[in-house]
Design a protein around this ligand. Structure first.
Ligand code: ADP
Ligand code: MG
Length: 611
């Protein structure tokens, strides 16, 4: 290290005086108990690049120099001040999966979604021990490793092991919390499992985040030796000593749209075939299911959430359920949507994490304390949660889904944990019928393994039956083979001399199945629409919806109606029509949007057995 300690402290004093004198003054006169001074990294770079570099490469020491320098800053008031220095806006974000041994003991910046938090608890940072023989007090600083360090000898008798009593009053404690973050869904390439990192935070930054929230953490990457059954191992675990937290703004947008891309999006929105193009771009390798794909396209755009004057909120997100025989591409469709949707999260009802689909208070595997852990719907906040095998989900999930789907929040009250987490996401569920496959002699609604209260929370339900049908089977078979070989053949062809490529025409016939709009552009289109377009319904469109709803109510009156037609369906119609207008980046919901919505709702209702 080129900079000596004295000059480093001196430098910090200069820096703090020049850039932060006012904030330090305010801190000095405020009466808050724990104090932090927020320092922006770019200021430090402006001031002295070498000091900034030293902070990154040797943060443990350099932060201490900064904290030592703080009381040296001359203030208009005569007051000694000590505070934590918290550095924000550290450039160059590192992904959890890219962390390597070279990052250990350096300052890094990580972003992710909070998956789990422990309660805030006291941690001893300096323990005071009283010798039982002579009364002498020994102070022992406690490292953040979790291992309690006790003195073995006292000065009064260095020959004999001492007997000590811990003095609580004389010891120093701090508030402490552990957080687990996981990589945000949008940073993952399709299908990758998100990786996690444990973070220690203390004092004023403990207890301020909730699961599901997206945050940036700046801190020092530490390593701790793993312990296995033979004692200390040669392998090390990593964790982050959090120095500062930045809570991402509501408007934080992960997808950047350049002016040229905006141009392309606007042009595309005026294409008269835009609706068909969108639908054809959803899971193009799956044959058929155009009505399902249409519904999914609408889901991706979603309606507009409404805030009523009395404080209630009506969701804009559209929930869809696919119930079908096995082997008909339900899971494939779900996986595709997760890749396509900004912030898509995939989960299975069968093997959901301990937090389940929503959220739960769970015992920490490490120290047995209670933690609050986010499940799939919370992690998918402001995105799409694709939940496969919903028929096999646990009972707790079943009951917590009611609140999650309608109020879009989840309350957890267990083991002293009381929290409400947000899950403003669309749910795309897939389930098998009760007996695994549909029995043609039973009525459909009876074969859906889900309570009516839960079913009514889906805006659209599709029944997918696997009936042998020669023409369709032929088409599916051709389609599957086409998509299987197209990509691969082209890949192999690169290495084959042209003379060896026989039957050009066959290969041409097997051109890869391309979406009409690339996934990348579609994602940006959706993000753009959700950010900028908030259509309002025209009067004639409203009338059409009301008329249809009244007809529906009349039909649904009978005792044996498979699903109750309630005001929920009306809200669903509005959402779907709004999504349809959004797809065209249109400010008004027209009667055409409503007609399209009615068609798709009728298709869904007919399938479920209502006609
Ligand atoms: P499910 O989840 O409905 O049981 P999967 O999604 O696992 O079924 O699909 C089984 C396989 O069959 C997948 O490889 C899928 O691509 C293929 N498949 C089934 N139906 C179609 C279809 N209509 N078009 C293309 N592939 C299909
Ligand atoms: Mg499946």
């Amino acid at each position: 290290m080129g900079v000596s300690v004295v000059s480093s402290v001196q430098k910090w004093k200069e820096f703090l005086t020049r850039y932060y004198k006012n904030s330090i003054h305010q801190l000095a006169v405020s009466d808050s108990k724990t104090k932090s001074l927020i320092v922006e990294f770019p200021d430090l770079i402006n001031f002295d690049v070498r000091l900034a570099e030293a902070l990154i490469s040797n943060p443990g020491e350099v932060l201490k120099h900064a904290e030592d320098a703080l009381p040296l800053v001359d203030l208009p008031v005569k007051k000694q001040i000590s505070a934590y220095i918290r550095v924000v806006k550290v450039p160059k974000k590192t992904q959890v999966r890219d962390l390597r041994s070279e990052h250990i003991n350096t300052m890094i910046s990580i972003d992710g979604t909070v998956r789990k938090i422990t309660d805030v608890r006291p941690r001893i940072v300096e323990a005071a021990f009283e010798c039982a023989r002579c009364g002498q007090i020994t102070y022992i600083p406690q490292e953040g490793t979790g291992k309690f360090i006790e003195p073995s000898y006292c000065v009064c008798n260095e020959e004999k092991k001492g007997v000590f009593r811990l003095l609580f009053k004389e010891s120093r404690f701090e508030d402490y919390q552990r957080i687990k973050i996981q990589e945000s869904p949008e940073d993952l390439k399709g299908g990758e499992q998100p990786q996690t990192l444990d973070i220690n935070v203390s004092n004023d930054i403990a207890g301020i985040v909730t699961p599901g929230e997206r945050i940036i953490v700046n801190g020092i990457l530490r390593s701790a030796q793993k312990i296995n059954k033979d004692g200390k191992s040669t392998y090390f675990d990593i964790y982050l000593d959090g120095n500062s937290l930045e809570q991402e703004q509501q408007e934080f947008d992960e997808l950047e749209i350049s002016p040229e891309e905006e141009e392309t999006i606007l042009k595309l929105s005026r294409d008269p075939r835009i609706y068909t193009k969108m639908v054809n771009s959803i899971a193009p390798s799956i044959y058929g299911y155009s009505e399902v794909k249409e519904a999914i396209a609408l889901q991706l755009f979603s309606g507009i959430p409404k805030h009523l004057p009395d404080g209630t909120r009506i969701r804009g997100d559209i929930h869809i359920l696919l119930v079908g025989d096995p082997g008909i591409a339900k899971s494939q469709i779900l996986r595709y949507v997760v890749k396509l949707a900004p912030r898509g999260v995939y989960a299975s009802g069968k093997s959901a994490s301990s937090a389940g689909l929503t959220a739960a208070a769970v015992k920490d595997e490490f120290d047995g304390s209670w933690t609050l852990e986010a499940g799939a719907l919370v992690l998918a906040d402001k995105g799409v949660a694709a939940v496969d095998e919903m028929d096999k989900m646990k009972n707790e999930d079943r009951s917590s889904l009611h609140e999650a789907m309608e109020q879009q929040s989840i309350s957890v009250a267990k083991a002293g944990i009381m929290a409400t987490l947000k899950c403003r996401c669309s749910l795309l569920g897939a389930a098998n019928p009760k007996l695994g496959r549909f029995d043609p002699f039973e009525s459909i609604p009876e074969q859906i393994n889900m309570p009516p209260s839960l079913m009514s929370r889906f805006d659209l339900i599709f029944i997918l039956q696997d009936k042998p049908e020669e023409r369709r089977d032929q088409n599916i078979a051709t389609h599957i083979l086409k998509s299987h070989y197209a990509g691969e053949l082209n890949e192999h062809r690169k290495n084959i001399p042209t003379s060896h490529v026989r039957e050009e025409s066959v290969l041409d016939a097997m051109k890869p199945i391309q979406p009409e709009i690339t996934a990348q552009l579609l994602r940006k289109y959706i993000a753009y629409a959700k950010r900028k377009v908030f259509p309002i319904m025209r009067e004639d469109a409203k009338e059409r919806i009301i008329k249809f709803y009244l007809e529906l109510r009349k039909q649904g009156e009978g005792d044996n109606a498979p699903i109750a037609v309630t005001a929920r369906q009306l809200e669903g119609l509005v959402r779907l029509a709004e999504a349809s207008a959004r797809m065209r980046l249109e400010d008004e919901v027209t009667i055409d949007d409503v007609e399209k919505t009615i068609d798709i709702v009728m298709t869904s209702l007919k399938q479920v057995g209502m006609d």
